[in-house]
Design a binder for this molecule. Structure first.
Ligand code: PHB
Length: 394
């Protein structure tokens, strides 16, 4: 049974229009509202990530005067709790119960894989604004499924390239034992070992555990040149603090995909100083889209956007390109999907386009956390695509 309180409905049509949408004459069938289902975590360690994605999506719709391609946007939000066992029921509830026109979700790779399994059979337009499960744009790829974030291996790969370039030779990896952490490490190792690096040990703990003490003691005794770690949300904050608490930050540089520091940069305080990360976004990126997005987001929410907000924003940009191409007729799937697949636009992260399996081809940036800011240090990889192994678009 689904707890009704977990389903929150919100009309997205609020505020005045600040950006004029191209004029489209909707047919009578397209003048009604368009329901967008959000399957996201609103509780647990990934709750801030789900919140950031949602905020950016709502801001986008607000700036369009509540409408995209002439249709009033309504969000239907479901808290997936980052709990894979609940994913099938909650996805079915959104698709068959709420009859959403578009599905957006989620953060956790395990939940996303269950969601995509249903979505690819149903065929409704589906956008993934975070979860990096490699399979979503490899063996499970589908005509109707689009990702505006990254592949787990893709980010690991980019981080490995940067660590080789930094001259690091011996590494211990540490992560949660589930698809995202494990795939992140696979992608990292591929680049790192190809560049001559050596892995001293891979350490894992169950998701979302945060008992790090014995792991930190082991890292200290292994004496690597650096640590590669995939954590995010509340768990990432705890890891950064415990790492500094054990004084490891004074002798063994802490590295990882930027999920380690995004959204927790202020809360980490001095414990975060010196943490080096690689990500497809950096808060100080100097481009007009990032400057405007950051200013608008800060005005609306009194806090800076992070990578999750950018991914939510771009999911709406991509959806809009598709809907504009079909005059809001979401049932015209062939044309909708082909417009989305060939979309290319300016994101706050830099240029955005999709590869053949619908995963972004994008730049990755090296950042260093200091004084609560992920400072941009340079480009770690330009226009990096993920592998498309096993992808046959159905
Ligand atoms: C994932 O489960 O794919 C995931 C979760 C949080 C992140 C990145 C990836 O920050």
């Amino acid at each position: 049974m689904i707890d009704r309180r977990r389903i929150l409905t919100l009309a997205g049509a609020v505020g005045a229009s600040t950006a004029a949408a191209p004029f489209v004459r909707p047919s009578w069938a397209q003048t009604s509202g368009l329901k967008v289902g959000l399957l996201l975590p609103y509780s647990g360690t990934y709750a801030p990530l789900g919140e950031a994605i949602t905020r950016a999506m709502e801001l986008y719709v607000q700036q369009q005067g509540g409408k995209i391609a002439g249709r009033d946007i309504t969000f239907v939000k479901v808290d997936d709790e980052s709990a894979p066992p609940k994913a099938t029921e909650l996805t079915t509830k959104l698709i068959s119960g709420e009859k959403v026109d578009v599905l957006m979700g989620t953060v956790h790779s395990g939940v996303a894989m269950a969601m995509v399994k249903i979505a690819r059979e149903d065929g409704l337009p589906t956008l993934v604004p975070n979860a990096g499960a490699d399979a979503i744009t490899r063996a499970m790829c589908a005509k109707n499924v689009f990702r505006t974030s990254f592949g787990n291996s893709q980010v690991g790969n980019a981080t490995g390239l940067a660590m080789v370039k930094a001259g690091i030779k011996k590494v211990v990896t540490v992560t949660w034992k589930y698809a995202a952490g494990e795939e992140s490490v696979v992608g990292f190792k591929k680049a790192f070992t190809a560049g001559g690096g050596e892995i001293l040990k891979d350490i894992t703990l169950p998701f979302p555990d945060v008992e790090f003490q014995s792991i930190l003691a082991e890292i200290a005794s292994l004496k690597p040149d650096a640590v590669y770690s995939f954590f995010a949300g509340g768990g990432a904050l705890k890891f950064i603090k415990d790492y500094a608490g054990a004084k490891l930050n004074e002798k063994i540089p802490l590295w990882g995909p930027g999920f380690l520091t995004d959204g927790v940069e202020k809360a980490a305080g001095p414990a975060g100083d010196g943490v080096k990360t690689v990500l497809h976004y950096a808060e100080g990126l100097d481009n007009p889209e990032n400057r405007k997005f950051t200013a608008d987001f800060v005005e609306a929410y009194k806090t800076r956007p992070d990578v999750y907000a950018v991914q939510g924003w771009d999911a709406m940009q991509l959806l809009r390109i598709g809907l504009d191409a079909v005059g809001g007729d979401v049932k015209n799937r062939p044309q909708l999907f082909s417009a989305m697949a060939s979309a290319s636009f300016r994101s706050p992260r830099g240029p955005f386009k999709l590869g053949t399996s619908h995963n972004p081809i994008q730049n990755f940036y090296l950042r260093e956390l200091r004084g609560g800011v992920n400072n941009y240090l340079g480009v770690a990889a330009e226009g990096l695509a993920d592998e498309t192994t096993g992808c046959k678009l159905i």
